[in-house]
Ligand binder design. Sequence first.
Ligand SMILES: [Cu+2]
Length: 121
Amino acid sequence: MRTVLVAGLAVATAAAGIPAAAGGAKAKPQKKTVKIADNYYSPTKLTVNRGSTITWKWPDVTGDTHDVLLDKGPKGVKKFQSETAGSFYSYKRKLTTPGVYKIICTLHEQEMKMTITVRKK
Ligand SMILES: [Cu+2]
């Protein structure tokens, strides 16, 4: 995979892990879904462009209950927490501040966690 430069705009391929657009071009916000399962988030690591929207999606089958809590975020970001749910539920947040977001399920905080990194651009 390579980054193609078109008229000063870096057009990145869809592959993950490619650095944000260079030269002042703004990377487009993305939409990502995180699956909630017993007892883990999938994926557990996510890197997105600034302003991306993350949707956590609970399963459509009855299982254990889980939630989504921002345990530690970038400076100035207010903590957020979803409802506690077992199934047929989703929770969405737009992440506009660059940095590292540590997410935990308060019911399974030892094992159920994930990290989201929001790029500067
Ligand atoms: Cu949980």
